[in-house]
Write a protein that binds this ligand. Structure first.
Ligand code: ADE
Length: 251
C-alpha cells in the first residue's frame, strides 16, 4: 500500500515530512510532494492549499502520478452543529458539497450525473483513524498540549464524533449561515473547504479514503480569529500524533 496524506495548510500537517525516513521531494503543478516512510508505511505528504478545486487536483495527482492506494485528509474545520466544540475531532462517515446546487435540474447537493450527494469514506480506514484519534486523546493529548494551552483554548475533555462533513468554497463566519446549512443537511457535524472534493475524486477513481478534522472554530462571527489562533498554536500537534498512530496501525 501507499498512503497519500493531504492537508490544505502547512500548520495542519507540520512535522510529518520531518518525521519521514528517506524523504524524496518532487515539485509538480505548484505543489511539493514528499514521499518516504512514516512509521514503516510508504507515504506521500502534500499541501493542497485551500478549496475544492485545489484539493481535487492534488488528490488526482497523488493517485495518478504518485500511485497512492489510500488517501487520508487531515486538517481543521468549523463546527457544523452545536454539539461539536473547539478541540473536538470529527471523522467523516460521508461528505457532501454543501454549495453544490444544480436544482431544479438535479436535487440540491447532488453532483450532477453521478446520482450522489453524499460520498462515503472507507470504513476500515475511518475506523483506524478513529482508533488513532482515541489513542491521541487518551495518551498523547495532555503531553502534547500544555495545561496553559488547554486553558487558553478551552480544551477540556475533547470528544470524537463520526458523521457528515460538509465542504464548500467559502470560509463560513456567520452563525445564521452555518445554522441554515445544518438545517438543510441532517447529521452535519463540521464544515470545511476540501474534504468532499477529495471524496468525489476517490470515489470516481476507486481509492479508499478517510477525512479527519479538528474543530478550530464555530463558523460564526468569531471564526476568522479563532481559526488563525488554533491553526497557529494547536492544529499540527493533533495531526502529527494522530497520523503517526494511523501509520503504526497500517504498518
Ligand atoms: N475550516 C476551518 N474553519 C472553517 C470555517 N469556519 N469555514 C470553512 N472552513 C473552515
Amino acid at each position: 500500500m501507499r498512503l497519500g496524506i493531504i492537508s490544505a495548510l502547512d500548520e495542519e500537517q507540520h512535522g510529518l515530512v520531518e518525521a519521514m525516513q528517506d524523504p524524496a521531494t518532487l515539485i509538480h503543478g505548484m505543489r511539493t510532494y514528499t514521499s518516504g516512510r512514516l512509521a514503516g508505511v510508504d507515504a506521500v505528504c502534500v499541501l493542497s492549499r485551500i478549496g475544492k478545486v485545489a484539493a481535487a487536483t492534488t488528490a488526482s495527482v497523488l493517485i495518478e502520478k504518485f500511485g497512492v492506494t489510500h488517501l487520508l485528509f487531515t486538517g481543521v474545520a468549523g463546527a457544523g452543529d452545536a454539539g461539536v466544540r473547539v478541540g473536538d475531532i470529527v471523522i467523516a462517515d460521508s461528505l457532501v458539497q454543501y454549495d453544490m446546487d444544480c436544482s431544479p435540474l438535479f436535487p440540491a447537493f447532488e453532483v450532477p450525473l453521478t446520482g450522489l450527494s453524499h460520498f462515503a469514506s472507507d470504513q476500515r480506514l475511518a475506523n483506524l483513524t478513529a482508533s488513532a484519534a482515541h489513542g491521541f486523546l487518551d495518551t498523547d493529548f495532555e503531553v502534547a498540549i500544555s495545561a496553559d494551552e488547554r486553558r487558553e483554548f478551552g480544551l477540556s475533555m475533547p470528544r470524537i464524533h463520526r458523521g457528515l462533513i460538509g465542504s464548500g468554497d467559502r470560509f463560513l463566519s456567520s452563525a445564521s449561515e452555518v445554522n441554515a446549512i445544518n438545517a438543510s443537511l441532517p447529521g452535519l457535524l463540521a464544515v470545511e473547504m476540501e474534504g468532499a472534493a477529495v471524496a468525489q475524486v476517490c470515489f470516481e477513481l476507486g481509492v479508499p479514503f478517510a477525512v479527519i478534522r479538528t474543530i478550530s472554530d464555530n463558523a460564526n462571527e468569531a471564526a476568522a480569529t479563532d481559526f488563525m489562533r488554533f491553526v497557529k498554536a494547536i492544529a499540527s500537534r493533533y495531526a502529527f500524533h494522530i497520523v503517526m498512530r494511523v501509520c503504526r496501525g497500517l504498518g
